[in-house]
Ligand binder design. Structure first.
Ligand SMILES: [Zn+2]
Length: 112
């Protein structure tokens, strides 16, 4: 089994924010997908604040989330020369692992 991520982008006319609703798993692999979607959302309206809603996720790797935040923050800093774009994260409510985490690298270390 592999971790999958799904991102729904809502950029309604008349709203001044772009919302990204994330479901599935956020780990080191899928974080890159989400980072790309945040970049695409930003391109839709460079001045619009972006809300990344992680409350629908099943699984969030805290390290991957921290790296994603760092990536997004770095992008915002670069972008700030032209616009200041606010990216907010909501959630996550997901667990730190899921049933797809069956490979040895992601299994929690068991003390014997
Ligand atoms: Zn997962």
């Amino acid at each position: 089994m592999t971790h999958k991520i799904s991102v729904l982008v809502k950029a309604d006319v008349g709203r001044d924010t772009i919302d990204l609703y994330v479901s599935g798993c956020l780990n080191s692999e899928t974080a890159n997908v989400l980072a790309a979607q945040i970049s695409r959302a930003r391109a839709l309206d460079p001045a619009a604040p972006i809300l990344v809603d992680l409350t629908g996720t099943q699984h969030v790797d805290p390290t991957a989330l921290a790296q994603l935040r760092a990536t997004v923050d770095a992008t915002v800093v670069d972008f700030a020369r032209k616009h200041l774009v606010d990216v907010r994260f909501v959630g996550p409510s997901g667990k730190e692992s899921c049933a797809a985490a069956t490979d040895a690298a992601t299994l929690p270390l068991a003390a014997s």
